[in-house]
Design a binder for this molecule. Structure first.
Ligand code: MN
Length: 190
C-alpha cells in the first residue's frame, strides 16, 4: 500500500506563485487519485510488494500494464515534484551540481532557457526534467503524460509538472508564467 507523502508546508506557503486552491486540487485530489488508483490496481498482484521505482521499470512499455504504469509513474512524478517545492528556498543549485550544469549547458541561464523551451514545447500533458544518465551526464528532457526518466534508465534531478491541472487555476493558459515562477521562486534545489 502506498500512502500520499505529507507536504512539509502549509497549503498557503507557496502563494502567490502556487495558490492554496491549486495545492488542494493538485496535491489533495489529482496526486491522491493516482496513489489510490495504483493501490487498487496492484492489490493481490506481484507488484504489491515492489517500490514505485521497481513497478515503473517493470511495467514501462508493456501494453498489458499500461494502467499500472501510468498511476505508478504519476505517483512517483508527483511525489518527486512536491518534495522539491518551497517559496524562495534554494532557488539555484550550488556546489558540484551547479558546476556540472554550467559545464553542460554553458551557464545556469542557458540551462534555464533550455529547460523552459522543453516545458513550453511539450504538447499537451507532461513534464519537463533535468535528468542524469548512468555515466553522470546531464540532460534536459520532456516526457508526455505519465512518462518519467526512470522508465528510460535516467535519474531525475528536477522537474516541473506541465499538465494543465498544475497551473490552470493560477495562470490559466499562461504555462510560460508558471514555468518562470517555478524556476525563479518554487523549485527548491536541495
Ligand atoms: Mn500534476
Amino acid at each position: 500500500m502506498f500512502t500520499l507523502p505529507a507536504l512539509d508546508f502549509e497549503n498557503t506557503a507557496l502563494e502567490p506563485f502556487m495558490s492554496a486552491q491549486t495545492l488542494d486540487f493538485h496535491y489533495g485530489k489529482h496526486f491522491k487519485t493516482y496513489v489510490d488508483n495504483l493501490n487498487k490496481l496492484i492489490a493481490a498482484t506481484k507488484f504489491e510488494t515492489m517500490t514505485l521505482e521497481e513497478i515503473i521499470v517493470q511495467t514501462a512499455g508493456k501494453p498489458e500494464f499500461v494502467s499500472i504504469f501510468n498511476n505508478a509513474a504519476q505517483a512517483f512524478n508527483h511525489g518527486f515534484f512536491f518534495a522539491r517545492l518551497a517559496k524562495d528556498g534554494n532557488t539555484k543549485p550550488d556546489g558540484a551540481l551547479l558546476k556540472k550544469i554550467e559545464t553542460t549547458f554553458g551557464s545556469y541561464e542557458n540551462f534555464k532557457a533550455e529547460f523552459k523551451a522543453a516545458a513550453l514545447s511539450q504538447f499537451g500533458s507532461g513534464w519537463a526534467w533535468l535528468a542524469e544518465d548512468k555515466a553522470s551526464n546531464l540532460s534536459v528532457m520532456k516526457t508526455s503524460n505519465a512518462d518519467t526518466p526512470l522508465a528510460h534508465g535516467l535519474k531525475p534531478l528536477m522537474t516541473v509538472d506541465v499538465w494543465e491541472h498544475a497551473y490552470y487555476l493560477d495562470y490559466q493558459n499562461r504555462r510560460a508564467d508558471f514555468v518562470d515562477a517555478c524556476l525563479e521562486h518554487l523549485i527548491n534545489w536541495k
